[in-house]
Write a protein of this length. Structure first.
Length: 422
């Protein structure tokens, strides 16, 4: 190995496991310097688009936060590893962390920073983005980048929450229109409490006070976000805006805007990306719903562009989504539609289950790992917890109702034991 400090060559005695990765020369030579424990884990999971089959892939550790350089190397290495076993990669699904967004932009377009709007005279492709890059091991396959829909649903609900009294946003559908935001849901909860005090049935049974106040746990949990854009909330808001026998309330315009925002999220997620509708062609109802929901956000930003002072890329612009959230939304929709078109072209007769294209499965994996680690997952017990999970999953199908006679006589072969005796 080359020692860049003394400009000499030196040889090191290394174990078999150490040959699997590069090591720093000085850390290896200095016996007094202890290696720092890993604080971050990057786990990959390969999932089939049409079935319940999945493969737990490689994982990578890091002492500090992961930047785009590290993420790019891990992604390309994982794609190569899966390809060696003929697991073809057609899509890359991740959450909306800033490092992930930067990695996607560099892989797909070689650029970083906010997406620029295309100067299109007909305004048809003004917000189009590049959300794919070539698969280096399959010439005719593009790898489409998709932001996890569950993560983006939380982002959109948190953005509406930011447009509250004292929040960082002041949403407006047009430059001089009324302000709308979280107050519509706050008043909805008050009406629910009034019904409860009068002995009437609640119209949104799943609504809780913590979902309105949005503490740290609620912002990270997907269930409170799902409730906000489901039919019960939309029906209650619509009934408030359009009473049967009375005149519309004084704040009907503001509530209508909030209703339109949540209804767009409903089409985008509940009836689209997080729906049970199978996609067999590009005219699928799920894809049409996604387009309807996404069109709301395009129309919204188009309306605001009528104001010369509107600056969507500025961090001080308060009338629209943050530019990071808008970029993530564009990548999610473009990547998902591109994947469907590409996959169905290559595999006619097959279908795509939208719920499979979700990052929640990886979060569930970490919950299982944490369980096997006794509640505390660290760099020391991560590998053991991961192996225990793999073995448990291999034997999980042996249930009394499904057991085949004599299956206990069949030896259980595993690639790697969870514990090693010394």
């Amino acid at each position: 190995m080359w020692n860049s400090k003394s400009h000499t060559m030196c040889g090191l005695a290394m174990t078999e496991s150490e040959f699997l990765s590069f090591h720093d020369v000085f850390k290896t030579l200095d016996a007094q310097q202890q290696p720092e424990p890993a604080e971050y884990f990057l786990q990959f999971l390969w999932r089939d688009l049409s079935s319940d089959f999945d493969v737990l892939g490689p994982y990578f550790t890091s002492v500090g936060p992961m930047n785009h350089t590290f993420l790019t190397a891990c992604i390309l290495e994982s794609i190569r590893s899966f390809h060696c076993y003929r697991f073809i990669t057609s899509a890359l699904v991740c959450d909306g962390a800033s490092s992930n967004l930067t990695t996607i932009k560099l892989l797909c377009s070689g650029q970083r920073g906010a997406f620029r709007e295309i100067d299109d005279a007909q305004q048809q492709n003004r917000y189009k983005v590049v959300a794919s890059f070539p698969n280096l091991y399959e010439a005719d396959i593009q790898i489409w980048c998709i932001i996890c829909p569950s993560h983006m649903l939380k982002n959109h609900i948190n953005a509406l929450y930011a447009s509250r009294d004292g929040g960082t946003k002041q949403f407006r559908m047009e430059p001089d229109s009324v302000r709308f935001g979280w107050i519509a849901l706050e008043e909805l909860f008050e009406r629910e409490q009034d019904r409860l005090s009068q002995g009437l049935a609640r119209r949104v049974p799943g609504m809780r006070k913590s979902y309105i106040e949005r503490d740290a746990w609620t912002k990270l949990n997907v269930t409170p976000a799902k409730i906000m854009q489901q039919e019960q909330v939309l029906t209650e808001l619509y009934g408030y805006i359009h009473p049967e026998h009375d005149a519309p309330p004084f704040d009907a315009d503001e509530v209508q805007c909030s209703y339109n925002y949540l209804h767009a999220c409903h089409n985008l997620y509940e009836r689209g990306l997080l729906s049970d509708i199978t996609i067999r062609d590009m005219q699928s109802q799920a894809l049409l719903n996604i387009q309807i929901g996404y069109q709301f956000f395009e129309n919204w930003i188009d309306n605001l562009h009528a104001d010369a002072g509107f600056k969507p890329l500025s961090n001080v612009e308060r009338r629209f989504l943050a530019w990071q959230t808008w970029d993530l939304t564009r990548v999610m929709v473009t990547g998902f539609r591109g994947l469907c078109e590409d996959f169905l072209r290559r595999h006619p007769g097959y279908y795509i289950a939208p719920k499979k294209i979700n990052g929640s499965a990886v979060e569930t994996l970490f919950s299982q790992f944490k369980y096997h680690a006794g509640g505390k997952l660290t760099s020391i017990n991560y590998a053991t917890a991961r192996r225990a999970y793999l073995i448990k999953r291999d034997i999980h199908g042996h249930r009394p109702s499904q057991a085949v006679k004599g299956y206990r006589d069949v030896p259980l072969y595993v690639k790697e034991a969870p514990f090693k005796r010394k």
